[in-house]
Each structure stands twice: as C-alpha cells, then as structure tokens.
Design a protein around this ligand. Structure first.
Ligand code: FAD
Ligand code: NAP
Length: 343
C-alpha cells in the first residue's frame, strides 16, 4: 500500500483541474482499504473518496487523504428465468458494467450507457439519463462507515433516492465508502425508447427489431454527438440540476416565455436548466451558451456544461457558475442548484 504525498490530481478528474492532494492512495480491494484506514495518516487526515472524478470540481488543494476506489469484480448472486441480481464492486467503470449487462442480455441500464465514472459513485446522485435512473434497478449497496469502520448494507428504501440525489449527498454525506452495489436486471427487457431522439437514432441506424445492444449503441451515438468529450475538453457533465417549480409558478412564467420547454411530473413542472441559462445573459445581445473567458466557459452545444479549455482553475469555474445562478435568479426567479460536487 502506497500513500503518496503532494500528488497532482490532474489525471484524476475529468475537469482536468491541476490541484494537489496532500495525501493520495489507490485501493484495489477491501484488504488494501482496511490497511489504509488503519494507517496513522488516515487517522489524522480528513478522507476524500474518489471514483472516476467525473462529478467533482476541485477549487483548492485537497487538504487530506484522497482514496481512489479501484475495487473490481462482477458477480451474479441470484438468477431465475426472468431476472438476475448482479453485485458490482465499487471501482468498476459504470459504462463497462452497462456493456457487460448488454452482452449478457440483461436489461435495465442500457439507457444509462456512456455515463462516465464508477459503480460506487452511481448511487451518490442516483445517476439518470434518457428516462432511466439507477433507483429503477437498485437492490442494495454495501458501505463502510469511515469513522466507525463498520460495514452497513443500505437497502433501496434507506437510500432516499431522489432526482440526482440520495442520502449520500445529504445526511450521510462524506460518512461512508461505498464498496459494492447490487442491481436487479431483467432477462425479458422492456425497452424505453420514447425519450428524446432515441427512436429517431434507431431508425437512422436501420434497426427494425429492438435489442439491448441497439438501444445502448443509439444512446452512445446521441451522447457522442451532443456532449463534450472530457478527453478533449475538461468538464463534469451537467453542472446544474434541472429545476422544478409548482404549476402556478409555471403558469406565470409560461405566459411571459411561451417557448419555454417543460415536463409535467405530478404537481411539479420541470424546466430544462439549459434553456434558462441560454435565455438570461444580463446583456441581451449575448448568451451564456458558448460564453468563453480565456481558458474556461460554457460549452457551445450544451449550456448545462461548464468547460475547462486548457489550464483553468476550479475557482474561476465556480465563480462562473455563481454568475449564471444569479442571472437565472434575476431573469426567472428560479434558483439553480449545482449538481457537481465542489471540493
Ligand atoms: P467522482 O466524481 O469520483 O465522485 C463523485 C462524488 O461521489 C464525490 O463526492 C465522491 O466523494 C463520491 N464517491 C465516489 N465514489 C464513492 C464511493 N465508492 N463511496 C463513497 N463516495 C464516493 N451523471 C448522470 O447522472 N447522468 C448522466 O447522464 C451523466 N453524464 C455525464 C457526462 C459527462 C461527459 C460527464 C463528465 C459526467 C456525466 N455525469 C452524468 C456525471 C458523473 O459521470 C456521474 O455523477 C458519475 O456517477 C460520477 O462517478 P465518478 O466515479 O466519476 O464519481
Ligand atoms: P435533452 O434530451 O436535450 O433534454 C433536455 C432536458 O429536458 C433534460 O435535461 C431532461 O431532463 C428534460 N427532458 C427531455 N425529454 C424529457 C422527457 N421525455 N421527459 C422528461 N424530461 C425530459 O438533454 P441532454 O442534455 O441531451 O441529456 C440527455 C439525457 O442525459 C438527460 O436525461 C440528461 O439528464 C442526461 N445527462 C446528464 C448529465 C449529467 O451530468 N447529469 C450529462 C449529460 C446528459 P432529465 O435530465 O431529467 O432527463
């Protein structure tokens, strides 16, 4: 077990921010994790758990011990004619696990194809895309309480999953290391292709009979055409969550902005944050979409993604996010919430 000092995190976050960790280590299995937790450094320092670094913005040196989770393993722990329960170790790549399920003809997470990061981070914000969320297939997870060094199993009802939210972003924030996640997948998949342009993409691919690989491929193609590739431009996906307002608040907004897109969900109305950001720059001649300051800005195709073009620092990007929040607040009286974890 190697604990490095003053380690640059440049290669460990998809925003490509060059901040240092005071201490840094990678764990490949539970034994290594135990050894790290028993070390003097771990006892003295604040601990930060890192997966693929695709949902963090580093705004200063990380003053503590960063533990990068690389625990690997995939195991079917139960199956019958219609379902399989699969236990994934937390350090597995999420997208690798999606492809593994597609290959095994296990349905349920194909709409979540091509999301960067690890399995262990997926419950933190209940990852979601194209009409699917982790919670739809989630069974349980195993975690280690960082201070008590005790294992705990969290069943679905204990995780308080919400829209890009869970207990691990609220009451239990920073208290646990997630070790494994068990999902229930279907051997008789129900396809969900009604969201956005999935069906159009399948048509243009010439798919006449639906299958898991075709749906996964369609989603990968859509995502590759719309989203900035972190290997080319630093980013952490959507920087903000899509806000929801009450129906009465929405009616007022819609009278004023009748082209504002919306999605009704029970009593609330979800408004795409990207549209709000695009339509609220204080200078009417400008738009936040594509806005650029030297080495950072807002992506040209996707107003929800803040980007690092080269060597920006996290404080500048955080400052830009504050200016955008203020603009949206002033224009629409809606307070955007950040989705990205600020370190
Ligand atoms: P990290 O960034 O390493 O960590 C995120 C948070 O989780 C941190 O607070 C960290 O401390 C904590 N954490 C990580 N691992 C553990 C663990 N084992 N135990 C305890 N805490 C842990 N998200 C979506 O929901 N939907 C999308 O469609 C989507 N698309 C994206 C597209 C792009 C191009 C990018 C860059 C990001 C996208 N994201 C999306 C955001 C991100 O990929 C997900 O939130 C992902 O789950 C983060 O995984 P990670 O391993 O990189 O987490
Ligand atoms: P999009 O399809 O252009 O849609 C814009 C927004 O409208 C989305 O954020 C989505 O909300 C909402 N929306 C669209 N169709 C909907 C429907 N049928 N029902 C309910 N809501 C609908 O969005 P996009 O930016 O290209 O992203 C596509 C999907 O990938 C979205 O689900 C998005 O959340 C996800 N994604 C997430 C991240 C991230 O970092 N979190 C990054 C990239 C993409 P929802 O977000 O609630 O779906």
């Amino acid at each position: 077990m190697l604990i490095e000092q003053q380690k640059s995190l440049l290669d460990y976050n998809t925003f490509h921010i060059d901040e240092y960790a005071r201490y840094f280590t990678t764990v490949q299995n539970e034994k290594e994790l135990q050894l790290v937790l028993e070390s003097e450094i771990a006892k003295e320092q604040e601990l930060f758990i890192l997966g693929g670094g695709s949902n963090v913005l580093l705004t200063h040196e990380v003053n503590g011990l960063v533990i990068r989770n690389q625990m690997k393993g995939i195991e079917i722990i139960y199956e019958d004619d219609s379902i399989a329960k699969v236990k994934f170790q937390a350090g597995e790549s999420w997208h690798h696990c999606v492809l593994w399920c597609v290959e095994q003809n296990l349905g349920g997470i194909e709409n979540l194809s091509f999301i960067p990061g690890t399995i262990g981070a997926a419950p933190i914000q209940n990852i979601g895309a194209y009409g699917a969320e982790l919670k739809d297939v989630f069974v349980e997870l195993e975690a280690m309480h960082i201070c008590l060094k005790q294992r705990k199993v969290f069943m679905k009802n204990e995780c308080n999953f919400g829209y890009r939210n869970s207990i691990f972003k609220t009451e239990a924030k920073g208290k646990y290391i997630i070790l494994s996640v068990t999902l229930q997948l279907s051997k008789k998949p129900q396809f969900n292709t009604s969201y956005g342009h999935i069906q159009d993409e399948l048509n243009s691919m010439g798919v006449t009979e639906l299958n898991l690989k075709a749906v996964s491929d369609a989603i990968i193609r859509i995502r590759q055409s719309k989203l900035p590739d972190p290997a080319m431009i630093g980013n952490a996906g959507s920087f903000f969550k899509n806000p929801s307002v009450s129906e009465s608040e929405f009616e007022i907004l819609h009278k004023k902005y009748n082209d504002m897109p919306f999605f009704k969900n029970n009593e609330a109305v979800k408004i795409p944050a990207a549209w709000l950001i695009e339509h609220c720059h204080p200078d009417n001649a400008l738009s936040w979409k594509g806005y650029r300051e030297l080495n950072f800005g807002v992506h040209i195709k996707q107003a929800l993604c803040l980007v690092n073009y080269s060597d920006a620092n996290g404080r500048d990007i955080l400052g830009l996010s504050e200016r955008i929040i203020t603009s949206v607040q002033q224009a629409f009286n809606i307070t955007l919430e950040r989705e990205v974890n600020i370190w």
